[in-house]
Design a protein. Structure first.
Length: 282
């Protein structure tokens, strides 16, 4: 068993305490987060983040394993900040944490199989300066923006899923233990739209910086590969959801379906392409 595998396992275990607290019986609709909950939530962010910093060590590895761990670390860090500052966001914990743990398990399987490593971008300190520094600079900015976009849209998709579950429970008059712990339909809708708006703006910046990087390297603005096409489709779908919400008040289960579709397209472009190239075709 490799050291990386053990470190990854420890990072996954860091997610368990807050997940356990979220699923405890007292975490019902009138539960108020206490110091123990916030400490466990901070651990769930710091564990994966520390592992990412150790794993990358100043470099960027473009493989599946690194992409998954960076996504987990970014999503949990952003979620911890939102849970602290935005009303009722912490109630998404019962849905988000299991999903992040599942992603961590997939990363461990990729690590154990010896696949998913991908290419490595050298540390910034070793990059050439002067005329050759442009492409690397744009690429670093593009990577940071892409990771932030994926984290935002992930949390937004989880909020949309929560809205879907709550709406269905209300219409069928069959609430469950899980729906009692999730935010209300109104709160889920508000979070979804707000996070989608931020995600759409950052995704637009990501497309622009991606085009700038391509132009610096290849002299063309767009290369219509799978990642680019899926990212553009995600941008269009998310923009359509926001427009429909503004014009027609689109919400509820129908809105959730479109939000999840946009997230699926973004996930296929960011993670799915790496699964195909690093695992299936490796």
């Amino acid at each position: 068993m490799s050291v990386n595998f053990i470190h990854g396992l420890v990072a996954i275990f860091c997610l368990f305490p807050v997940g356990f607290m979220a699923f405890r019986g007292e975490a019902r609709s009138d539960f108020t987060p206490n110091t123990a909950f916030w400490a466990c939530l901070a651990l769930s962010a710091l564990g994966p983040l520390a592992w990412v910093l150790v794993q990358l060590s100043g470099t960027w590895q473009a493989g599946l394993t690194s992409a998954l761990w960076v996504s987990i670390a970014a999503t949990m860090t952003l979620f911890a900040m939102l849970a602290w500052s935005v009303r009722e966001t912490w109630r998404l914990t019962p849905l988000l944490v299991p999903y992040m743990a599942l992603m961590g398990l997939v990363a461990l399987l990729a690590e154990a199989s010896g696949r998913g490593e991908g290419a490595t971008i050298p540390p910034i300190s070793t990059m050439p300066t002067g005329a050759g520094a442009g492409p690397d600079g744009w690429l670093i900015v593009h990577i940071v923006i892409s990771v932030a976009t994926y984290a935002l849209v992930t949390i937004s998709a989880v909020a949309a899923l929560a809205a879907f579950l709550q709406d269905r429970a209300l219409k069928t008059k069959r609430p469950t233990k899980l729906t009692h712990k999730l935010p209300s339909v109104a709160d889920c809708g508000s979070m979804t739209v707000r996070l989608l708006g931020w995600g759409e703006a950052i995704l637009g910046l990501g497309l622009i910086t991606g085009m700038a990087a391509e132009y610096k390297v290849r002299g063309t603005l767009l290369v219509f590969d799978h990642k680019t096409i899926l990212s553009i489709l995600a941008f269009v779908v998310i923009g359509g959801v926001l427009f429909a919400h503004h014009k027609t008040g689109l919400r509820g289960r129908k809105a959730a379906r479109y939000v999840l579709l946009g997230y699926l397209l973004l996930a296929l472009g960011y993670i799915g392409v790496k699964v195909v190239t690093d695992v299936i075709l490796a």
